[in-house]
Design a protein around this ligand. Structure first.
Ligand code: GDP
Length: 239
């Protein structure tokens, strides 16, 4: 996010004005990383295609290559973020299909690279037993999946750092995974309050290694390029 942007409007549309446009790499990028153009990044993420749903670790695709997983409380905006990042309006709908909501859904990119939609942490209505089961599978996934290179933690910018998010941040710390926080629905706030929320979350995670934060909006594309760059750098550490 370019805080010096004189444009006081948070809105931006896809690659055109994704210029919260920051041509620099995000904090999580590998040094010396050669970043493709916005257009090439868009094309790369557009290749995402559903491959498989897994109820447990043994059903996941082979643990080779690299993958980036998305987590968030239900309704935080995770599916919308995945759809926007991949430029595919319906991609994450698969994860919303009844029966698939508790599954880990895999979307293949090129060459053994994957995006992974982790089950949304349910509404209060979900029975405790279900929550514990979810927690067990998710923790196993985070612990054992060596191809997991980073976690995107999606939070509603108006309600960041809920108890679920803290659990995820603790896990990220424990398993030493990169973490990039998308404060989404940024279009719902004016610039001042949105920046305030960004600063507060940045402050809260400042001591947490490999963790970065940005504003995002699936609706108007705020922060889209920054998010794509971060994910790309995780998936291409040597380039
Ligand atoms: P999920 O349960 O985390 O996958 O959340 P969804 O992606 O289904 O989003 C939940 C609700 O928030 C839906 O009504 C979306 O249309 C809305 N939403 C998601 N992202 C944004 C955003 O960036 N801006 C706005 N205004 N609404 C959003």
């Amino acid at each position: 996010m370019n805080t010096d942007n004189p444009n006081n409007d948070l809105s931006s549309d896809d690659s055109a004005n994704d210029s919260s446009a920051n041509n620099s790499l995000s904090e999580n990028s590998a040094p010396g990383h050669l970043m493709p153009s916005a257009e090439d990044l868009q094309k790369y993420f557009q290749t995402a295609a559903f491959t498989v749903s897994a109820a447990k670790l043994t059903q996941c695709p082979a643990n080779v290559g690299l993958e980036v997983a998305f987590a968030g409380r239900s309704n935080a905006g995770k599916s919308s973020a995945i759809n926007r990042l991949t430029g595919q309006k319906k991609l994450a709908r698969i994860s919303k299909t009844p029966g698939r909501t508790q599954l880990i859904n895999f979307f293949g990119l090129r060459d053994e690279q994957r995006l992974v939609d982790l089950p949304g942490y349910g509404y209060a209505k979900v029975a405790l037993a279900k929550k514990l089961e979810w927690q067990k599978h998710l923790e196993q996934y985070l612990e054992k999946r060596s191809s997991l290179t980073g976690l995107v933690l999606v939070m509603d910018v108006r309600h960041p750092l809920q108890p679920f998010d803290s659990i995820m941040l603790d896990w990220v710390k424990q398993y030493e995974t990169h973490c990039h926080i998308l404060l989404t629905k940024a279009d719902k706030l004016k610039r001042g309050p949105a920046m305030q929320a960004l600063f507060e979350v940045q402050k809260a995670v400042k001591d947490q290694e490999h963790t970065s934060v940005q504003l995002f909006s699936a609706t108007n594309g705020t922060g889209l390029e920054e998010a794509r760059e971060t994910l790309f750098s995780w998936l291409h550490p040597q380039e």
